[in-house]
Write a protein that binds this ligand. Structure first.
Ligand code: HEC
Length: 109
């Protein structure tokens, strides 16, 4: 059990993920982005763990080499995923401004 807990990131090969930025240090943009995330994404994605909900957990999304699909976690690919959907995920109608905040937030994870 202890091992299981210490090794929660099976998909990451048990390498510790870089830490998320503490909420207290968020810029105004990142804080807005967190609200956007809660409005549009949180019902399907956990932000601070890699554990899946309806979709994969997004911890350290922009800091890992590849997203679950294998695509690099660039702003471009993430935007494409949100705008056009990806596999089992449908497109999510996030406005242009909110999308910029959301990307800023995703970089804190
Ligand atoms: C209704 C549920 C749902 C919502 C809402 C949702 N997602 Fe997803 N998301 C999924 C599922 C399911 C997958 C897995 C898709 C697959 O690989 O088939 C996924 C996959 C992803 C991926 C990984 C893509 C890849 O290339 O591996 C990212 C990044 C992502 N979502 C981000 C977001 C963001 C950001 C939002 C909010 C704007 C969001 N999702 C909203 C269900 C959702």
């Amino acid at each position: 059990m202890v091992n299981l807990l210490a090794c929660a990131g099976i998909l990451t090969g048990c390498k510790p993920l870089p830490p998320s930025k503490p909420e207290a240090q968020f810029t105004p943009e990142e804080a807005r982005g967190a609200q956007v995330f809660h409005a549009y994404c949180a019902r399907c994605h956990y932000p601070t763990t890699t554990r899946g909900l309806k979709g994969p957990g997004l911890q350290a999304l922009t800091k890992v080499k590849a997203m679950p699909s294998g695509a690099p976690p660039t702003d471009e690919r993430i935007t494409q995923t949100i705008r056009h959907g990806h596999g089992m995920m449908q497109a999510v109608p996030v406005g242009d401004e909110d999308l910029q905040y959301l990307l800023a937030y995703l970089h804190t994870l």
